[in-house]
Design a protein around this ligand. Sequence first.
Ligand SMILES: Cc1cc2nc3c(=O)[nH]c(=O)nc-3n(C[C@H](O)[C@H](O)[C@H](O)COP(=O)(O)OP(=O)(O)OC[C@H]3O[C@@H](n4cnc5c(N)ncnc54)[C@H](O)[C@@H]3O)c2cc1C
Length: 308
Amino acid sequence: MVDSLQKLALRLRGTVEFDVPLARYTTYRIGGPAAALVIPESTEDVVEVLKFCNDAAIPSLALGHGSNVLVSDAGFAGVVVRVGKGMDWLEEGVDGPEVWQAGAGVPTPRLARITARAGLSGIQRLIGVPGTVGGGVVMNAGAHRQNFSQTVRSVEIVDSDWKVRTIAGSEIQWRYRSSGIENAIVTAATFEFGRADPNVLERDIQRHFEWRRKGTPFDEPCCGSVFLNPQGAGQHSAGQLIDAAGLKGFRVGAAQVSQKHANYIVNLGGATASDVKAVIDGVRERVLAGFGVELQLEVRLIGDEEQA
Ligand SMILES: Cc1cc2nc3c(=O)[nH]c(=O)nc-3n(C[C@H](O)[C@H](O)[C@H](O)COP(=O)(O)OP(=O)(O)OC[C@H]3O[C@@H](n4cnc5c(N)ncnc54)[C@H](O)[C@@H]3O)c2cc1C
């Protein structure tokens, strides 16, 4: 694989590295090695890589900022396509002043900040979501009643047949923290924003940012909320259930349910994916036993943890 990937690298604008510890590329700071990690610089690069993986029967996986993943300690035996820097271009006013296009590697907080300053509303409350546009689309990331589904007009993807396609926002199967986009790499998204006074948007950002700063363990490696909130009228949030089960501070190895936010499991330093998985299993068991609720994962498991 190394030889053929080295040949592929010559055809790419981006870079290819081998045997790369994924802990470097996740906000958890956890994860074993990827056989190879490609950092593409264009949609054409993504097409080339997916075509190569298909021909060589090697698994591939898209990664953004790694802020919603738990990568197994064994890592990923394939090619990780890290869509970030290199695909972080931004084009303003592509179809009228309120319509902007962003490369999938643009950090969501950057998009939130720049559009708010330009007097464009719709994404400003995602200022504290530390992922990319690509990861945000795939996860339908959201906060404080704003989410990607509300502003995405269309998405450019490279599908599993390495065809570049544009999907209208209205065709995407948006759900709470999901878009139904699987087996494809998002390369860009077009957004349609509303209009608002930049000062009002700045105050909105400050208010939500302050709320977040107080309520989340920003200083400890984590993946944000680990579990989806149970849906349905009158349901308690996952955090409320975990807290009510007395699990704040519950710890295995160096992974711990945060004292600050019960739906966060933090890496106290040197935690393994197995530690985090053991905390996840313990939380699920106790919440099921205590309240009859089966918590579902928001975090995406990568590597052999997928089968766990
Ligand atoms: C401190 C903290 C706070 C958070 N707060 C929130 C919050 O308020 N709301 C919220 O919704 N989330 C939150 N998150 C979770 C996370 O930031 C979001 O889900 C984010 O949108 C993930 O983007 P990413 O680029 O990091 O994706 P990754 O974590 O890299 O990937 C997530 C999933 O998307 C896939 N993926 C990533 N990029 C692409 C691409 N270009 N094409 C195809 N598939 C792709 C991956 O394969 C994986 O399945 C938080 C995380 C942290 C660490």
